[in-house]
Design a binder for this molecule. Structure first.
Ligand code: UT7
Length: 349
């Protein structure tokens, strides 16, 4: 039986550390509030110029590729998860293909926000299992710092997010005790607007049921991105934090239990749970709900904040680098976020 294994893993976080105290200089917030509600002490911000979602991805990918013992020219497919792409289009996958001088391989971008990496891994897993590709580069990368409202108005969102990238190389394995056992993907679009960035977009206020403009209004060009949107700060992410929190603490344990049940395993079998780093309180809640010990869960949101699609591969890479994951160990990846979408993956390292 062919399964996908993680043959190489890499991460990259920008050098620039931004502490809660740094945020207090630009908005009305406090270190106490941020730590108490989220666990975050500091996060990394990419350079304003010269460092993008793609350049960070390339840094992480280069490490993953080297650790897999191959070269960029051996990669035969790219799956790139991000909500903060360099361009509205094209996606970042092709930019990685160009930057790493890869062959004219396929490049797919995934837009699933916090669960993006687990979704991306699941997609790549199918291509490996069917035998279509042998070396897939799966990336999660985000440059949030460029698109947040750093005034007090945006504090409920902006204090949470950080920048960074993580990448893995997936390869086939026939070893019984290795590889991805299963992936589980879910969505519930009912709450799509609860955690969303509406603009720029083609909704023309449709979902927000505001005034609907017509072609006769004479504003053909400014529906997508207008001065008014910027003046009214409508170009930033929106989040109803408490609603997201409530749903997350239900769906996280649910999708982990689903993965365990599908493989006739229990929470006690998990060597390491890598939860999406949304909020330390959410991770602690999930840990408690599943009855996991501290050494069975890896959290690093304290240092990096929430890096959305990058958070799972960064945490996975860090846990592995710290020797917390060894060959044959049972690793569970789980994520929940905007969409809502949520997902899990169970694998033997
Ligand atoms: O990965 C993406 C998925 N996102 C998540 O999983 C986020 C899930 N939600 C959360 O993590 C939490 O809801 C937050 C950390 C975002 C917020 O924590 P909360 O305990 O739910 O706070 P809240 O939104 O209910 O706000 C409580 C108070 C409000 O003030 P009033 O109305 O009680 O006077 C906010 O205005 O805290 C205020 N507040 C802040 N105060 C200081 C909101 N943000 C801040 C801030 N600093 N940064």
């Amino acid at each position: 039986m062919v399964r996908s294994k993680i043959a190489g893993i890499g991460m990259y976080v920008p050098q620039q550390v931004f502490t809660n105290q740094d945020l207090m200089k630009v908005m009305d917030t406090s270190d106490e509030w941020i730590q108490e509600r989220t666990g975050i002490k500091e996060r990394r911000y990419a350079k304003r110029t010269g460092e993008t979602t793609t350049t960070m991805a390339v840094e992480a990918a280069a490490i993953a590729i080297e650790r897999a013992g191959i070269t960029a020219q051996d990669i035969d497919f790219i799956v790139f998860a991000t909500l903060s792409p360099d361009y509205y289009f094209p996606g970042c996958g092709v930019l990685v293909q160009r930057a790493m001088k890869m062959k004219e391989i396929g490049a797919l971008d995934i837009r699933n926000q916090c669960s993006g990496f687990v979704y991306a891994l699941s997609v790549a897993d199918q291509f490996i299992k069917t035998g279509m590709y042998k070396n897939i580069l799966v990336i999660g990368s985000e440059k949030h710092s460029f698109g947040l409202d750093f005034s007090t108005r945006g504090r409920n969102v902006s204090v949470i997010f950080g920048d960074g990238a993580g990448a893995v190389v997936l390869q086939p394995t026939t070893k019984e005790t290795q590889g991805i056992l299963s992936t589980h993907l879910h969505s519930d679009g009912e709450a799509a607007e609860i955690l969303a960035m509406y603009n720029p977009g083609t909704h023309a206020n449709h979902w927000m049921q505001q005034e609907v403009a017509t072609f006769n209004d004479g504003n053909l060009g400014d529906m997508f991105m207008s001065h008014a949107m910027i003046d009214n700060a409508q170009n930033f992410p929106n989040m109803d934090g408490p609603s997201v929190f409530k749903k997350a603490v239900v769906k996280f344990p649910e999708v982990i239990m689903e993965a365990l049940a599908a493989n006739q395993l229990t929470a006690a079998d998990i060597t390491m749970l890598i939860p999406h780093q949304a909020n330390l309180r959410i991770s602690q809640f999930v840990q408690q709900k599943l009855g996991l010990k501290d050494e069975q869960v890896h959290n690093n949101i304290q240092k990096y904040g929430n890096t959305t699609a990058a958070s799972v591969p960064i945490a996975l890479c860090e846990a592995w680098q710290q020797g917390k994951i060894k060959e044959g160990d049972l690793v569970c990846l789980a994520a929940f976020g905007s969409g809502f979408t949520w997902a899990s993956a169970l694998l033997r390292w």
